[in-house]
Design a protein around this ligand. Structure first.
Ligand code: HEM
Ligand SMILES: [Cu+2]
Length: 575
């Protein structure tokens, strides 16, 4: 970064266009700052609405309470899917893209007007979707809106507005990168975290275009302009959007893993090329995964399904495993370099467990990989999918990935955005220390409860499971585990939202003066633990513990995978 121009080209004389963050020692463009704040606020707001719906639908699926009637259950299920999976995730990611293409590159926001247009369209689209789902009974179609379920035209229009807004915002990411390169804000390849966000942005672009190919015809059909549209084609395009959208979440989450590991233990990636390659694998292979949503569909051949959901698809899984080794390994090296070298896991015992960014990171990695990743590969395998299709194992899987994994990581990062970008002191620090544990612990119970209920045949998206007669006692138990987990997770969610809003809405604006929130000696960690090449290569600092953990993971993976084949074998008795 030595040859950087001293100031932004356009700020000559104008003082209020950027500030220099004393902690990151990076320039923060004020347009970018306001955009990040606006998107983050909308993200937390939609998370709050989605969370209220979460509690109510969870207390309905927990058969002992069975709180809502059918209409309200499906209405709030729809709302929950939209606000959580679409609004909370995408608003937060757009905030991340604005951050990654400006602050991280020490560059300006080159297209703020366009970015605001994107934000406004997303906000109108998101709020409209909420209103029409709550007040128009035609729109209880779940967030997937599978044809031939017919929602009102405004429902589809709200999706289109949101998606166009998101596309515009993503376009500004690319504009920023090109301008930053031209203005020589960075040299050579961009920093790893920004590179990860770029992966997310590329995925987002074709994801949103495929979404349009599903939603636009559905919109026309709902208005009566076209008389029919093949539900199979709709599903194909819908998942061409819905599945890669999860990979946008994944790429964003992993970029945030690298940031949190850098912030909290000062890592340096053990091998940057290796990490970049892992991101590139997503770009090329993850789209194939979309086919795993169609495994129960008629009309597609076995061979088509099997090819698309395995082989090349596993190259994308390989990408995740590369990151899942590379980050813990880098954390181990960094902590060993600080002197925590005792035994295999001394580094882990001495890690900053009270720092919310660190605990959120570890919880996110562990539940994402050990629960979400492993169950996902099983669900996505053509043959064993038959054991699982449309049971509670599905939401069990993705509450481990997109919630315990992505949402926890986003929450962890938010704690640092408050001092660095909102420029507010973090309030209720004790709550923040506990929050990742309460949320993560609750989510783990919820996922395991859903997975074990699904194993016994409880279906997903089902208002009442008693219609078929008796419910076995073990289902009552697993649903209770799920329900208790849900309550804990909601408490964790309330803690998060409270910390954010109390911090942001009270107290004066102040420049941050340190990076760590609760642990550490107040020195910016990035400075105090700059890892030298010598430290990285020191034999004593090699990541032996992380290696053992990864090996244990692979064993668990194999056990779970083959157990499912064994279970499948037991469903037929061939004599
Ligand atoms: C306190 C936190 C949460 C709780 C208690 C919770 C609970 C639930 C429950 C009970 C269901 C219905 C399952 C079924 O009947 O099939 C559900 C569905 C779902 N949840 Fe969550 N959830 C939480 C957070 C989240 C978050 C943060 C996301 C996304 C980032 C998310 C994404 C989804 C999705 C996509 C569905 C499927 C909706 C559908 O089938 O249409 N959830 N959740
Ligand atoms: Cu998928």
């Amino acid at each position: 970064m030595a040859t950087l121009a001293p100031t932004f080209p356009w700020v000559k004389g104008a003082k209020d266009d950027y500030r220099t963050c004393p902690v990151l020692t990076l320039k923060v463009d004020m347009h970018a700052e306001r955009l990040i704040i606006a998107n983050a606020v909308m993200a937390v707001l939609t998370l709050t609405i989605g969370g209220i719906a979460a509690l109510l639908i969870a207390l309905t699926r927990w058969q002992t309470f069975h709180l809502l009637d059918a209409t309200w259950f499906y209405r709030l299920l729809t709302l929950h899917g939209i606000d959580m999976l679409i609004a909370w995730m995408v608003f937060f990611e757009i905030a991340g893209l604005h951050f990654g293409s400006t602050v991280l590159l020490n560059a300006r926001h080159a297209a703020p007007k366009l970015a605001w247009l994107g934000f406004i369209l997303m906000t109108i689209g998101g709020l409209t979707a909420n209103v029409v789902v709550l007040f128009d009974p035609r729109n209880t179609v779940a967030y997937t809106a599978y044809m031939p379920l017919k929602a009102s035209p405004v429902f589809y229009l709200s999706y289109i507005l949101f998606a166009v807004g998101a596309l515009i915002a993503v376009a500004t990411f690319f504009i920023n990168i090109v301008v930053a390169k031209r203005e020589k804000r960075f040299e050579g390849s961009m920093p790893l975290v920004a590179f990860g966000f770029m992966t997310a942005a590329i995925l987002a672009t074709y994801t949103l275009l495929q979404g349009a190919a599903a939603i636009v015809p559905a919109f026309l059909w709902s208005m009566g302009v076209i008389s029919s549209f093949d539900p199979g084609i709709y599903r194909n395009f819908f998942w061409g959007f819905g599945h890669p959208a999860q990979q946008v979440n994944l790429a964003a989450m992993i970029s945030i893993w690298y940031s949190l590991a850098q912030i909290t233990v000062g890592i340096r990636p053990v091998n940057e090329k290796f990490s970049r390659l892992a991101f590139v694998l997503y770009l090329f292979f993850i789209n194939l995964g979309a086919a795993h949503h169609l495994l129960g569909d008629p009309g597609l051949s076995f061979a088509w399904k099997a090819v698309n959901t395995s082989y090349a698809m596993y190259l994308a899984v390989l990408g995740s495993m590369m990151h899942a080794f590379s980050i813990p390994a880098a954390m181990e090296v960094a902590l060993r370099a600080k002197g925590y070298r005792k035994g295999l896991f001394g580094w882990l015992r001495n890690a900053p467990w009270k720092e919310p960014g660190f605990s959120a990171l570890v919880i996110s990695i562990v539940i994402f990989g050990w629960v979400g990743g492993v169950t996902g590969v099983v669900i996505g395998t053509e043959q064993i999918n038959m054991l699982v299709h449309n049971t509670m194992r599905l939401p069990g899987h993705f509450h481990a990935t997109v919630v315990s994994g992505t949402t926890t990581a986003f929450m962890g990062l938010t704690y640092y955005l408050i001092p660095l970008i909102f420029r507010k002191e973090l309030k209720l620090k004790k709550w923040a220390v506990w929050q990742p544990y309460v949320f993560g612990g609750g989510m783990l119970l919820l996922s395991l409860g859903m997975i074990t209920s699904g194993l016994q045949g409880v279906s997903r998206r089902n208002w009442d499971i008693t219609f078929a007669g008796v419910v076995p006692g073990t289902v009552e138990l697993t649903l209770a585990i799920f329900g208790i987990g849900a309550i804990l997770a909601v408490i964790g969610g309330i803690m998060f939202v409270t910390v954010v809003f109390v911090s942001v809405l009270t107290g004066p604006r102040t420049e941050a003066n340190k990076l760590l929130l609760v642990s550490g000696d107040g020195n910016p960690v990035l400075e105090s633990t700059k890892l030298t090449d010598h430290m990285m290569e020191d034999k004593q600092n090699q990541p032996r513990g992380a290696f053992v953990l990864v090996f244990a993971f692979l064993v668990w993976f194999a056990v779970y995978y083959f157990t499912n084949w064994w279970l499948l074998g037991r469903t037929w008795f061939i004599r």
